[in-house]
Structure formats: C-alpha cells, structure tokens
Write a protein that binds this ligand. Structure first.
Ligand code: UN1
Length: 496
C-alpha cells in the first residue's frame, strides 16, 4: 500500500486536512492500493497559485521545446508500460491487455502532441486592401482545470494534460478518487521527463470539494471534464456563468445496428467486445443492439452462448475475459438496473447476478447480462448502466433500425454491421453520433481524430483527441492585421 500526496509547484505535499482516503483493488475489495489526500479548498488554492506562477515561463518556452518534454514522457511511458498497465488493472480492474492498452493510448497521445509542437499553425490570408496583411495564431488561455474519471485512469488524463501543455497552458489535474495511484504515476512520468515545477499540479479528494472548487476558481481559465452526465451538466451551468470554456465528455447509450446481411461472426465479436470489454465501463460501450428480425433469433442464441462462456475474474489472471466493476456503488447501480429491466418486462436471457462462484465473492463482479425483448423506450434502453448489461431490440428494416438507434438523448458512438456498401454509406450520415463505426464495434477510438459526443454525450467540444478538437479547445485564436501602407485604409469602405 502506497501513500500518495498532492503535487503542487513541483513538490509532493500532504493535504492541509491531514486526512486520507483509500483506493482499493475492485477484484479484491479488502486490498488497499493507495491512500490519497482528502484535500481542502486551501490546497486547491495553492495548486492553482502554483499553476498561475508557472504560466509565464511555460508560455514563453517555444512549443517545440515543450514538445521535447512530451516526447521524453512518451519514451518513459514506453519503458514503464508493463508496470503501469498492471497498476491500471490492480487499481481499476480492467483486464491486463486493456490495462496495457490504457497506457498505450497515453503513449500515442504523448508522441502525437509532441509532434503538434511543431505544427501549432495559424493562418495567413490575403487582405481586402493593398499593403496590409492578416494572420491568425494560437495563444494559450492560462490555467486549465482537468477533471478525469477512473475508467481510463492513464489515457484520459493524458489526452487532456498533453493537449493543454503543448498549447502553452499550465494545469491543475483532479483525478478520480478510484484511481489516484495511476494518476500519481502519470504525473511522476512528467516530472521525470523534465516538466518545470508548477506546470502540472495534481490534487486529489472529493469531487464536491476539490473538483468544484477547482473548476470555479477565479484564476482558472478553462475546464475540461470527463465523467457522469449529472456532475458534468451541473458543473457546466456553474462554469458558464463565469464565462470560461468547458469541454465535457459524458455518458453514452451506444447502439450497434445489425442488418440481415451482416457477417454474424464479425458482429458477434464486435458486440462482445463493445458490451463486455472494460466490463461495459466505457462511455463508448455498446449497450443497445438493434438486430434485424431475420437474424434476431440466431444472433440472440449465439450471443447468449458466448456471454455465458465468458470468464469473470481478476484482470491480472491470464484467462480472465471480464473484470470487476469499479466499486460497490457501481455494483448496486448495475444490479438495480437489472431489476428494473426485469420489472419492465424485458427477458433476462443470461447473467443478471452478482458473481458468487469461483472465489469471486470479494470483488464487485456481475455476470455478463443479456436482455432480449427490449423495447426502445424502456429505461434499460435509454439510461446509461455502465456495466456488462446489453439490450437486444428487434427491427424490421434499415429505416426502423436507424430510428431506434437515434432515439436516445445520447450520441457518442454508434455502429452498423452490413455487407451492403450502399447501406453502410447511408449509415455514415444517418447515425446521429460523434463517432460512427462501419463493421466494427463502438469502442476503440484513435487519438489522431476528434473524440466527442453529440446531444447529451458531450458539450460539442471534441477536446480529447486530435488536432481539430483538442488544439482548438486548449488554445485561443488571435487575429492580427498589419497595415504598412502608411495611410488610413478603411476596410469595407475603401474597396476600389
Ligand atoms: C471512455 O470510455 O471514456 O474509444 C473513453 C474508446 C477509447 C476511449 C473511451 N479509446 O473506447
């Protein structure tokens, strides 16, 4: 068990409260992984002040130099990938291959953003008037508050931290209380890579005290949040009054549409991966499967057999397919949704219970669960469950399938399986979500493109990945007109 501290101005410091919480291994709920500071408002103030103080120096450092530090961070992450991947599994529960994938996503992002350090372009454009030129360029905002979840405990912080930094901002980072040790290791990597003191600060504690205080702090210029809809929407209302940008990545109720001509082997693999990968705890997880009536019975039968065969267990064990849920609250929430599904009249085809066999009683395990006979308006088909629960809904045509997919307040990720090239091309436009997959599952977005949800899934700022999304959010655009005619030239009036 490790005791971690806040990271403020380049120092690891205890919280002013002297109090600590605990993160536990969700596969063995008695095993404490780390003790983390339960910080107070005064700790947040100190962290923000450190970021304010570091800002002028960091902004003045040429972006290609900032990039070199990120490049070194990428190399350190590569070197420590195995150890960090194992820690992800131990602290958060996903299976080891996915724990390693979490670190890989951070490595990819570090190299990508390091490259962007030489590509932070603005524009030069022709002017309406002679002897005058015009250009735009990027400037940083100042201090960013970054609030991150536990489900990608290394990857998601890295999306936000690396993009903020390359644009010249300094950050105060508040990780989830369920994965504080992963967050600490990431910050240590940046420290080892040579990040100047105060550029990256980390503070842990309760969302209501630390997260909110941080997002609302008068010296914070912008906020990036990934987490639940309820927290994100409340935060957005408060932050909007302060006139500062906030990017939000929140929930999903992601659907896969399986057409009657689909390759069912491929679709089955995609559904298993999308629904039960990360134990269904991805904002991109597939939780509604809309199946054409001609293949519905066959697909259901195959899905149930495959789901029943999945092995639950500690993600560090080689044979494990599905790890635990993150904590007891999540366990109760998922079990409650399973009850709701039964009460609503959906048919429970497999799973449905907390797993109590094979010595699994210590962790937060739920059997992979499949509901059939689900109708689109049931709560289990509309609300985000964030667990290994998947709903099958029947459709009789492409049009009806698309309508069901789009009948959701969320719009993060959708997928279609079909062999018909025309149908797949139409689906690209018809599926109403920020991410669309053709003959692939709803999960596994790559970092070099924007990542963001439509509707209630996000704020419309695809800040998390890729140049268009992230760099535009984490930098401000300044436009400069330079008139070297030596006389007053009036735009829109002088045009001859
Ligand atoms: C999330 O679940 O919050 O597309 C992010 C994916 C991952 C990211 C998921 N690359 O599934």
């Amino acid at each position: 068990m490790t005791t971690i501290q806040n990271f403020i101005g380049g120092q690891w410091v205890p919280p002013s409260t002297g109090e600590y919480g605990q993160s536990v291994n969700p596969a063995h709920d008695m095993e404490v992984v780390a003790r983390y500071p339960l910080s107070a408002k005064s700790d947040v103030d100190r962290a923000v002040q450190a970021a304010v103080d570091a800002f002028p120096g960091w902004r003045a450092m040429p972006a290609p130099r900032r990039a070199e530090i990120l490049f070194r961070a990428a190399e350190i992450l590569c070197r420590r990938k195995d150890e960090l991947g194992q820690l992800v599994t131990r602290e958060m529960g996903k299976v080891l291959s996915e724990g390693l994938g979490d670190v890989q996503e951070a490595i990819d992002m570090a190299y990508f953003m390091a490259g962007e350090g030489r590509r932070l372009q603005g524009e030069t454009v022709p002017c309406e008037l002679p002897n005058k030129d015009a250009k735009s360029f990027r400037v940083p905002w100042g201090v960013f508050a970054l609030i991150t979840p536990w489900n990608f405990p290394i990857a998601i912080p890295s999306w936000k931290i690396f993009a903020s930094l390359i644009c010249g901002n300094t950050v105060v980072f508040k990780p989830s209380s369920d994965s504080p040790l992963c967050a600490t290791r990431l910050v240590e990597v940046l420290e080892e890579a040579g990040m100047p003191p105060g550029v990256v600060n980390m503070i842990t504690g309760a969302g209501e005290t630390v997260g909110e205080t941080l997002a609302m702090h008068p010296d914070v210029q912008g906020v990036s949040f990934t987490g639940s809809c309820s927290v994100g929407e409340a935060l957005a209302c408060s932050v909007a009054q302060l006139h500062r940008p906030i990017a939000m990545e929140m929930g999903g109720k992601n659907a896969i549409l399986i057409m009657d001509d689909a390759d069912l082997d491929l679709a089955l693999e995609g559904v298993l991966w999308g629904a039960f990968g990360t134990t269904g705890q991805r904002c991109t997880a597939a939780s509604r499967i809309i199946v054409h009536e001609k293949v519905y019975d066959e697909f259901l039968d195959r899905l149930v057999r495959a789901a029943n065969a999945m092995r639950l267990g500690d993600g560090l064990e080689k044979d494990t397919d599905v790890g635990p849920l993150i904590n007891r609250r999540a366990l109760n929430k998922v079990l409650n949704y399973i009850r709701i599904g039964k009460d609503e009249g959906a048919r429970l085809c497999c799973g449905g219970n907390q797993a109590k066999h094979n010595g699994l009683t210590e962790g937060y395990f739920v059997e992979p669960t499949v509901f059939s006979n689900v109708t689109p308006s049931m709560r289990i088909a509309q609300e985000e469950i964030f667990g290994p629960v998947v709903c099958l809904i029947k459709c009789d045509s492409y049009e009806q399938g698309i309508a069901i997919v789009n009948q959701s307040r969320f719009g993060l990720s959708t997928a279609i399986y079909t062999r018909d090239v025309n149908i797949s091309a139409r689906a690209e436009g018809d599926l109403d979500s920020g991410l669309v997959y053709i003959n692939a599952s709803t999960i596994g977005a790559e970092i070099q493109l924007p990542f963001g949800g439509f509707k209630h899934s996000g704020s419309g700022h695809p800040e998390a990945g890729g140049r268009m999304g992230a760099l535009d959010f984490f930098s401000r655009i300044k436009v400069v007109y330079r008139d070297f005619s030596g006389k007053l030239q009036k735009a829109q009036i002088d045009i001859t």
